[in-house]
Design a protein around this ligand. Structure first.
Ligand SMILES: [Zn+2]
Length: 231
């Protein structure tokens, strides 16, 4: 089986109507990143941060997986390919498209985390600053989202999978946010073939062996069709 590690970012969910952080103005749905996506912002105003993620969760629930998500699930279902998706996205569109092997390196809108004891549980539709943790009963609940300044999840497993892969594909990511932006260099140093599929050339586009540019819903299904057509 050919081992393929696929990094996905905001660009794959954008065509499902999910808006995300815009680096150009430092805003996410009209909120400053410092206010809604840092541990300090959460300490200052937990109610605002919960309201923000409750709204993001509600929007993600009504969004639908698009042709790019569906194509990646189709690739994973083919017995010739061992596919691992490493997503920076906090929505569940890969899972709803049928992908099973998914790592959410920046956490998930659908998870709750106790910052007192580390317990995790499925997020209710509406989380509040006064919710208590089901394990330790303290009012220390937060969205299970990796904020700026925090360590992404499962990095050891991701790096091991990257170094052991036959192909690394980066889809819909700007190439600005580390550590994900460094995956292409790590893969290249390990002798892994690299491919970029992005709306436009990313910051690190020259680091990839091959790049294709265009909307994810067009270039991702096209790439998957080509892989599946191989004898
Ligand atoms: Zn707890």
């Amino acid at each position: 089986m050919a081992k393929i590690v696929i990094l996905t970012g905001a660009g794959i969910s954008a065509e499902s109507g999910i808006r995300t952080f815009r680096a150009s103005d430092g805003l996410w749905e009209e909120h400053r990143i410092d206010d809604v996506a840092t541990p300090e912002g959460f300490s200052r105003d937990p109610a605002l941060v919960h309201e923000f993620y409750n709204a993001r969760r509600a929007a993600a629930r009504v969004a639908q997986p698009n042709a790019a998500h569906l194509a990646l699930a189709e690739l994973e279902a083919d017995a010739r390919y061992d596919v691992l998706i490493v997503t920076q996205n906090v929505d569940d569109l890969h899972e709803r498209a049928g992908s099973q092997n998914v790592i959410h390196m920046h956490g998930s809108l659908f998870g709750a985390l106790c910052h007192a004891c580390g317990h995790r549980w499925p997020a209710p539709e509406v989380m509040t600053a006064t919710d208590s943790c089901p394990a330790c009963r303290r009012t220390a609940t937060r969205p299970d989202i990796v904020w700026f300044g925090e360590m992404p999840y499962q990095m050891e497993r991701i790096v091991a999978a990257l170094e052991d892969a036959d192909l690394f594909v980066s889809i819909g990511t700007s190439g600005n946010v580390y550590p994900a932006a460094g995956f292409v260099q790590g893969a290249t140093e390990a002798g892994v073939e690299t491919l970029e599929l992005n709306l436009e050339p990313s910051t690190g586009t020259q680091l990839f062996d091959t790049s294709h540019h265009g909307p994810a819903t067009q270039i991702v299904p096209q790439w998957v069709r080509e892989r599946l057509a191989r004898a």
